[in-house]
Each structure stands twice: as structure tokens, then as C-alpha cells.
Design a protein around this ligand. Structure first.
Ligand SMILES: *Cc1c(COP(=O)(O)O)cnc(C)c1O
Ligand SMILES: [Zn+2]
Length: 428
């Protein structure tokens, strides 16, 4: 095939065994689906020459496909048309309610077609589905993975089945329905919906996007690392803070930096700090206890995108933190909502609770010493605020609309009262 992709094969994270791409495997048969997730490998020698800064700077493609040699899709015609990636990386030099580190970068992945970082994984998943000749695509999810998949399926005119387990957040369900996906409301729990989706996909030749163990999805997520590297002028920050549910984003970001290092394009890796919600902290618990795998938890958190009882990509997530000398930290729902408000009111970025957890994780990391104020830090903002209006309203309870009579005097009186309340002399 052409030089479009330098992909070479699949390697088991557990036992290191190699498999050919043509096997179509997503997991290692001897290690099983939890311990035997696979990494895609590349011809790193050729990559070093293809991805030099001058070559990348000359590229016009403002999507993840500008890194096509380092993505696992061999057929350029399989690439979906929905533009994904190259989201802004802002330097934040304003004030927060805690001292910010030497340099704080906000990677704004809310700016994606479906409003979340899931579009990166879906783009590569859809391309892979095309390559393997899938008849349609399916996912078991109430959240961003499903709303992303529904959008791509609409644009690519692919049949799309979404298995919705329980009560879904209204905005995400609205997206799934609006894009015309067939929505199957399963009378059962998430695991049942997950199994049902896998079985129906197998039987009917559908591509299953719900599995966080699918290595192609992680390859989509890894483009976050490639973009940070390019946007910082072909260097890496000291620390990257990532909100974590299944661990697919964290594992993917790690893979991106590892691939760059393997190709000799960077030295070393950033420390990766995974942030979980107190009420959904299976990975943080396993890491703190020095265990190699997670015990299931009863997931309950305002950050629905982080609510996972048994993280499906746990091997890669634990490896990401261990190999980079990083950490897992947990944050409470109240702290997440406060961070959501801080990001919106001080940074001008409106995020859903899962993304706000990253900012709170930064604060916690600085407080506990996992992050030093002298370091350069990038935090990952993964999902848009309009995804969860109820949480946004709760986070903004401090800012009630001011009831006034329709008169200028009433406006002025209300503004003065508000200025006194906020402790400033007056509003500008
Ligand atoms: C899915 C998701 C996450 C967590 O990603 P995992 O790969 O499950 O760890 C974080 N934030 C948002 C907005 C998400 O949609
Ligand atoms: Zn194996």
C-alpha cells in the first residue's frame, strides 16, 4: 500500500506477542480482553523522517489526518469527511482562585463537531470500519461516544445502532436522536447493553465502537499528544492532566507521546496525571494500592462521562501513569462544579463536569505536590458545557439573574447592589 500509513502490526500489552493487522484482532487471545489489550506498532525509523517539523509545518490539513503516517488506516479513501482535531491550545495567563503554574495550557477539545474528544476516536474507528467492510456501526453508551458516533454515521450515511442502557443525559440523547441513529432503550444495566451490542454487532457485521479495548479508538485519542507536541513548537510539557473514566483517553495520550519518543522526535515523556471523580475512582484506588487491576466500584458522580464501574482500558491507563512517573488523583462533585464555574467565568471556556475535573485535578496536584508550580502543565478539556445544562446551572447557582422593574433606575440600583455583594466598589 502507499506511504499513507506506516502501521506495522498489533502488540499485546500483557505478553508482548505480535499479531498481524490482517487478523483484525482487538485483544490477545491468550491474555483475554481485560489484560490483553493491544498496541498498534509502526515503522518508527521511516516515521522519524516523515514527521520532521518542516514537513509538518508545510501541511495544509488542519485535522488529525495531518499525522496520517502515525495513524493505523492504510486506505486514504476510508477516512471520514467530518473534520476532527487540531483544537486550540491556549496559554492561560489570567487569575484563578489558586496560584497557577509557570505555564498553563488549556487544550480545548470541546471544539469538536459533536462537542467532545470522542470525535477523535470515532474518526479512526469509522475509517477502520470502512476498511474491514462493516455494514454499519454500533455502540452501547448514553454519552459522548454515542452522540459522536451518531454524527459521523449521519455524515457517512452508515446505519447506526445505539444501545442506551439507563436514563441518559438529555443533551447527549438529543444529539443521538437528532442525527437519526436507531436508539434501542435496553431494559437492563450498562453491562447488559454492552454485551448485547457486542453480540448483535458480531452477528450482523456491525463495527462495535463501544469497546474501549478497541486499539483503533486509542490511536484516535493519541492525536491529542501529537497536537500538543506540534502546537508547543515541537516540544512536550512537563505534565499533562487528563480526566479519566475507562482510561482510553489517558492510554491514548500516553501512546501518542511514546510513539513520538520511539521515532526519536522527542526525548522523555510528560508526567501523566489521571483525574477521577471520588464516586468513580476504580483506577485511582488500584494505583494507590499498587495493584495491577481494578476492583469494580459503584460509579456515582456528577461527571457522567467519568462514571465507570469497571474501566475497560485499565491496563493502558495504569501503564500510562506508572511509566511516566505520574499519579492518579480524585476530586469531589462539589469541587468539580466549582472548577466548571471557574473555567467558564475566568477562562472563558464552557465545559461539562468531566472536563472541569481536570482543572480541579490541577489544583489538587499543586496542593499535594504531585505538580510543582515551576512546571509547564497542559490540561485536557474534553467535553462542551452544553452537554449538561443541569450541571452548569448548579455550578452557576452563585449567579442568579437579578429581578428588576423595566426602568433604568432599577438597573443602576441592581448593579450597585451586585457590586457591593461582589466586594468591588462598582461594576465597570
Ligand atoms: C469519555 C470522556 C472522558 C473519559 O475518557 P475515558 O477514555 O473513558 O477515560 C472524559 N471526558 C469526556 C467529556 C468524555 O466524553
Ligand atoms: Zn497477550
Amino acid at each position: 500500500m502507499s506511504g499513507f500509513s506506516f502501521v506495522q502490526g498489533l502488540r499485546c500489552v500483557g505478553c508482548g506477542r505480535d499479531y498481524a493487522i490482517e487478523t483484525g484482532r482487538h485483544t490477545c487471545p491468550s491474555c483475554g480482553p481485560l489484560l490483553g489489550t493491544l498496541d498498534l506498532t509502526y515503522n518508527y525509523r521511516d516515521l522519524a523522517a516523515a514527521l520532521v517539523p518542516a514537513a509538518l509545518r508545510a501541511r495544509q490539513d488542519a485535522t488529525i489526518w495531518r499525522y496520517h503516517e502515525l495513524l493505523p488506516i492504510r486506505d486514504p479513501l476510508a477516512v471520514p469527511r467530518v473534520p476532527v482535531g487540531l483544537t486550540p491550545l491556549y496559554l492561560f495567563d489570567g487569575d484563578l482562585d489558586f496560584p497557577v503554574p509557570r505555564a498553563l495550557w488549556l487544550k480545548d477539545d470541546t471544539r469538536h463537531p459533536s462537542g467532545s474528544a470522542k470525535d477523535r476516536a470515532t474518526a479512526v474507528g469509522i475509517a477502520n470500519a470502512r476498511e474491514v467492510g462493516a455494514k454499519g456501526i454500533a455502540a452501547a453508551s448514553t454519552g459522548n461516544a454515542a452522540s459522536s458516533l451518531a454524527l459521523f454515521a449521519a455524515r457517512e450515511a452508515l446505519p447506526c445502532l445505539i444501545f442506551v442502557p439507563a436514563a441518559a443525559p438529555a443533551a447527549k440523547l438529543a444529539q443521538i436522536r437528532a442525527h437519526g441513529a436507531t436508539c434501542l432503550a435496553v431494559d437492563g444495566n450498562y453491562d447488559q447493553a454492552f454485551e448485547l451490542c457486542a453480540e448483535v454487532s458480531r452477528r450482523h457485521g456491525y463495527y462495535n465502537r463501544s469497546t474501549a479495548v478497541n486499539p483503533y479508538l486509542g490511536e484516535g485519542k493519541k492525536t491529542i499528544a501529537l497536537e500538543i507536541w506540534e502546537q508547543l513548537g515541537f516540544r512536550i510539557p512537563d505534565v499533562v492532566v487528563v480526566p479519566v473514566g475507562d482510561g482510553c483517553i489517558l492510554g491514548g495520550v500516553h501512546k501518542g507521546f511514546r510513539d513520538l519518543r520511539e521515532a526519536g522526535l522527542v526525548q522523555g515523556l510528560p508526567r501523566l496525571i489521571g483525574i477521577q471523580a471520588d464516586g468513580s475512582a476504580a483506577l485511582a484506588r488500584a494505583w494507590q494500592a499498587g495493584k495491577d487491576r481494578c476492583d469494580p466500584v459503584e460509579a456515582r458522580t456528577v461527571a457522567d462521562s467519568l462514571a465507570v464501574s469497571m474501566p475497560r482500558d485499565q491496563m493502558k491507563a495504569l501503564r500510562a501513569v506508572r511509566e511516566t512517573n505520574g499519579a492518579f488523583l480524585t476530586v469531589s462533585d462539589d469541587e468539580i462544579l466549582r472548577a466548571l464555574s471557574l473555567l467558564a467565568a475566568r477562562c472563558g471556556i464552557f465545559v461539562e463536569p468531566a472536563a472541569a475535573a481536570a482543572l480541579e485535578g490541577l489544583r489538587r496536584g499543586l496542593e499535594e505536590g504531585a505538580i510543582s508550580p515551576a512546571e509547564e502543565v497542559t490540561i485536557l478539556l474534553t467535553g462542551h458545557g452544553l452537554k449538561d445544562i443541569e450541571a452548569a446551572c448548579r455550578a452557576s447557582a452563585w449567579n442568579e439573574p437579578l429581578p428588576i422593574a423595566p426602568e433604568v433606575g432599577a438597573v443602576e440600583a441592581a448593579l450597585e447592589a451586585r457590586a457591593r455583594e461582589l466586594g468591588t466598589a462598582r461594576l465597570p
